[in-house]
Each structure stands twice: as structure tokens, then as C-alpha cells.
Design a binder for this molecule. Structure first.
Ligand code: GDP
Ligand code: MG
Length: 398
């Protein structure tokens, strides 16, 4: 039988972010290696992170890789994204629900466009704590190069300050994911220093465990002989085996309706109850595989009402931040990434009429289908595969 999950330490969700090829996946593998040698988790090699076990076994696409590990004081779920678009989809929409992030910056290359975009988007979606891994420090030789690294560090602190992260106080740790993965003691110690920085700098967030249960669906799997399983991060509340839940977010006509949670697991370990912040798989009684999809929400019955119209405060990304070069006008119809949902919507700018890149505007949105919405909920706006805006729901329009 599988060993049950025992909650002995606070659980936090963190993730790597940063420009492509700066070493996010290598660092993720290195962290699991260093901790596994301390007996605090399982080593997940590089190629298992870029291609998750579920993906390999089930042949489905999961553009998000979760690994788990423990430090002395915490249990972490750590997400690593294969590409920039996946980052936007999963982290920016809040699907990954990061309590903190490790910003990976190559000491050789410094700040690159995605470094800046990830910091901006992290801020927009409420990731309050960032720790910097100045990676590839092994490739920096003494002398002139070392001075360049100091310069990169200053640049990163400035970038963080510019986005309200208090760059002077942010821990910046020089690491080499690659050398740590190879077992080099100097760089193994650097990974330990990075984890200490995460342990101390990223606080345990307040969890709304008493609120009605809500979990955005990230993936749906079928386990032969057992039924339909949905996975995701619990946004709020608590759920126990035997609880009634409702699946929402489909059109009213195809509403999946109520069911009962008949099983709960986290990282392959059964658990009796899951709470806000946990990454879990829920087995749903009698739920047809095609009745539930990524983007739906599993919630305590009656606790949420899906809607199509809402008002929002939207920041239109500037061209420099990777956004549009031309203004947005009413009738603009981009994609909205709300929690795990990806929905088309019409933007009405009202009297503002025109929103230029770099502007913050109040808008009314009409979505192509209903999704559970509430004031305070963050979302990203995408067009042709890139992020062009980030916003927050301010009200629901009946
Ligand atoms: P990602 O796109 O940010 O996930 O980057 P990867 O982890 O895939 O690494 C990109 C490339 O940088 C690979 O060729 C790695 O071997 C290399 N790399 C990653 N970390 C380090 C490091 O600490 N030092 C050096 N020298 N190379 C590294
Ligand atoms: Mg990667």
C-alpha cells in the first residue's frame, strides 16, 4: 500500500522563473539532487522534469512540471515551466499559485526580455516574494568577469525595485545548477544557501482553509477501474474524502453537476483532507471523463456562480514589455486566462475609448462562456501567443 501523506511542516508552492536557457530546469533538478542526498526527497533528473512522468506514461501534454521536496522547516511543491508561453499560462493565471518564486538569471547573460516580463507578471498576479539565483556562476572566471557578475546583480536588484520587490533586501545567491548536479561540493553548498534563503525570505502565506472549497482544474486523467481524476492546486478551503463537490465552468447546458470526492492524493500519497495551497488529485465518483476539463473549477456546492460579464482594472503591457505596439479599442477580442481557463472575450472600454500600451484602464468584459468569477481575481490577456495585458476583476455585471 502507498504511504499516506503526513502534514508535519507548512506547505508552500514555489517555482522557477526567468529567461529561456538561463538554467531553470537544471537548477530544479539540482535542488532535488542536493535534498535527496540529505534524505529529504527524491532526485528528479533533468530529463524527467522536462518530460513529467504523467506525460511519459499517459501520453498527454502537461506543460507544467511539479516536483516536491522538503527542507528542515518546510514542504515545497516546485513548478518548472518548459517555455515562456507555459509560464504565462500557468503562473500568470494563478494556476500555479506561487507563494514565492526563484528568479533564475544567468550571470553570463544578465537580464533578458523574459526575465523582465516574468518579474512584471509575477507582480501583477500577486507573487510577493522573489529570491534570485544568479546561475552559471561556475562559468564566471575571476577578474573582469567577476565584476560583470556584480553588475548583473545590481541590474537585477534595480529591476526588482522597479517592480516593488525591494531589490536591496532580496536575497541574491550565486549558484551553479550544472555543477551542483555533478556533485561539486562548492556548488552543492551554494544550492543549500539558496534553499536557506527561500526558507527564510518567503513567508508561510495565510491560507484560507475555512473558506468554501475551490480548486481550478489543471488536468483530467482517467484511472482504469477507478474513474475520473482531476488535478490542481487548492485555491481555498478544505476538502475531505466523502465531501460533495460541484464541477463548474462549462456551459449551463453541459454543466457537470454535483459529485462526491472518493479519493485524494498528493504526489502519489493518499491523504484524508486537502487544504488551500496543496497540490492534489481528486477522484470524482461517477464523473464522465469528458464532462470535466482544464479550466473548470471544483467547488463546494453552491459556493460559486459562473458569470460572463465583469468589470476589471487592466494594465496594457508596453511594447518594451513584450506587449502591443498599437492601442486597444472597444470591440477588441483577445483570449482571457482566468485561473486555468482560456476563454475568448470582448473588451468594452466605455468612455475611455482607447487604451495605449502602458496604460491602466477600467474595462467591461463579456466572455464567450461562463466561468466562476469574483472581485480580486487576477487574469492575463493574450493575443497571438503573447501576453498583452494583465488585470484584476473589480465587479460582476449581471
Ligand atoms: P531553462 O530553459 O531555463 O530551463 O534552462 P536549462 O536548465 O534547460 O539550461 C539551459 C542550458 O544552460 C543547458 O545547456 C544547461 O546545461 C546550461 N546550464 C544550466 N545551468 C548551468 C550552470 O549552472 N552552469 C553552466 N555552465 N551551464 C548551465
Ligand atoms: Mg526548462
Amino acid at each position: 500500500p502507498k504511504t499516506a501523506y503526513v502534514r508535519t511542516k507548512p506547505h508552500l508552492n514555489i517555482g522557477t522563473m526567468g529567461h529561456v536557457d538561463h538554467g531553470k530546469t537544471t537548477l530544479t533538478a539540482a535542488i532535488t539532487k542536493v535534498l535527496s542526498e540529505r534524505g529529504a526527497g527524491t532526485f528528479v533528473p533533468f530529463d524527467r522534469i522536462d518530460r513529467t512522468p504523467e506525460e511519459a506514461l499517459r501520453g498527454i501534454t502537461i506543460n507544467i512540471a511539479h516536483v516536491e521536496y522538503e527542507t528542515e522547516t518546510r514542504h515545497y511543491a516546485h513548478v518548472d515551466m518548459p517555455g515562456h508561453a507555459d509560464y504565462v499560462k500557468n503562473m500568470v493565471t494563478g494556476a500555479a499559485q506561487l507563494d514565492g518564486a526563484i528568479l533564475v538569471v544567468s550571470a553570463l547573460d544578465g537580464i533578458m526580455p523574459q526575465t523582465a516580463e516574468h518579474v512584471l507578471l509575477a507582480r501583477q498576479v500577486g507573487v510577493d516574494h522573489i529570491v534570485v539565483a544568479l546561475n552559471k556562476a561556475d562559468a564566471v572566471v575571476d577578474g573582469e568577469d567577476a565584476e560583470l557578475t556584480d553588475l548583473v546583480e545590481l541590474e537585477v536588484r534595480d529591476l526588482l525595485s522597479a517592480h516593488g520587490y525591494g531589490g536591496d533586501a532580496v536575497p541574491v545567491v550565486r549558484v551553479s545548477g550544472l555543477r551542483a548536479l555533478e556533485g561539486d561540493p562548492r556548488w552543492t553548498a551554494a544550492i543549500e544557501a539558496l534553499l536557506d534563503a527561500v526558507d527564510t525570505y518567503v513567508p508561510v502565506p495565510e491560507r484560507y482553509t475555512d473558506a468554501p472549497f475551490l480548486m481550478p482544474v489543471e488536468n483530467v486523467l482517467t484511472i482504469t477501474g477507478r474513474g475520473t481524476v482531476v488535478t490542481g492546486a487548492v485555491e481555498r478551503g478544505t476538502v475531505r474524502v466523502g465531501d460533495r463537490v460541484e464541477v463548474l465552468g462549462a456551459t449551463v447546458a453541459s454543466k457537470a453537476g454535483e459529485t462526491v470526492v472518493t479519493g485524494l492524493e498528493t504526489f502519489g500519497k493518499p491523504m484524508e483532507s486537502a487544504e488551500a495551497g496543496d497540490n492534489v488529485a481528486l477522484l470524482l465518483r461517477g464523473m464522465p471523463r469528458d464532462a470535466v476539463r482544464r479550466g473548470h473549477v471544483v467547488a463546494a456546492p453552491g459556493s460559486v456562480v459562473p458569470s460572463r460579464r465583469f468589470t476589471a482594472q487592466v494594465y496594457v503591457l508596453s511594447a518594451r514589455e513584450g506587449g502591443r505596439t498599437t492601442p486597444v479599442t472597444s470591440g477588441y477580442r483577445p483570449q482571457f486566462y482566468i485561473r486555468t481557463a482560456d476563454v475568448v472575450g470582448d473588451i468594452d472600454l466605455g468612455e475611455t475609448a482607447v487604451a495605449r500600451p502602458g496604460d491602466t484602464v477600467t474595462v467591461t468584459v463579456e466572455l464567450g462562456r461562463e466561468v466562476p468569477l469574483e472581485p480580486g481575481l487576477g487574469f492575463a490577456i493574450r493575443e497571438g501567443g503573447r501576453t498583452v495585458g494583465a488585470g484584476t476583476v473589480t465587479g460582476i455585471v449581471a
